[in-house]
Design a protein around this ligand. Sequence first.
Ligand code: ADP
Length: 268
Amino acid sequence: MADDSGPPDNGRPAAHRDPMATAPAGVALAFTGVGKTFPDGTEALREVSFEVRDGEIVAIVGPSGSGKSTLLRMASALTMPSSGTVAVNATAPGYVFQDPTLLPWRTVAGNVGLLAQLDGVPRAERRRLVAEAISLAGLTGFERHRPTALSGGMRMRVSLARALTVRPSLFLFDEPFGALDEITRQRLGQEVVRLHGQERFAGLFVTHSVVESVWLASRVLVLSARPGRVLAEIDVPFDYPRQPELQFDAAFGRTARTVSEALRESFA
Ligand code: ADP
């Protein structure tokens, strides 16, 4: 169901995407000439075209209000484009955003199992999925904790684990680590790369951090100020797995500089 009212509850993606096309083989997500104008006349995006191939992480940077969240919401069928096509090759993309929206009365395990429970997965199978996701997200030992007893970084791990239970082939990240301190942010970035190495999902990762975009992605899209258009598409020439030290490499610095310069233009 599409609406324009806010992020999906509990990271749960929209169940139906009937008006949306299916992406060609090998492509997880394709935007073709996509524009979005809201009913109040705000033109958020104009003629946006790009692809995220299977198993690839693409990062998006751009000024506030350039339509990054709107773009992710269209990728998960929460908002429909006004023009152009959004084609997706995943029945239920995982959606991870800055506010993990955990249920405070449920334990970590209870929160992680929520999507599978809502999907009617039988209890025994759910237990297995939850145990696996908890282990993947580095939450072993915290199963019985309540969210209020956790740090922001650990709550974000719960959010990641919850999305992992449905094994999505496509992950949408809406600046998930923006509210965290730098070290936690780096650690979680490393976790995303590690999980990506294991699970091989495709990912579209919105961030305000140029370093984070280059570190995570194999391509970085730079959006212009509103209405958002793709100003630059920058290849990141480093193989996975990537070590944290890569950030101090001269080649990394050059790529980050290219992204920064394009981003500076987007503010112009
Ligand atoms: P970003 O994520 O890049 O900060 P958004 O996608 O949140 O940008 O918003 C892009 C533009 O569209 C902004 O100007 C925002 O105010 C506007 N916008 C977002 N949602 C709505 C809506 N439901 N109705 C009207 N305008 C909206």
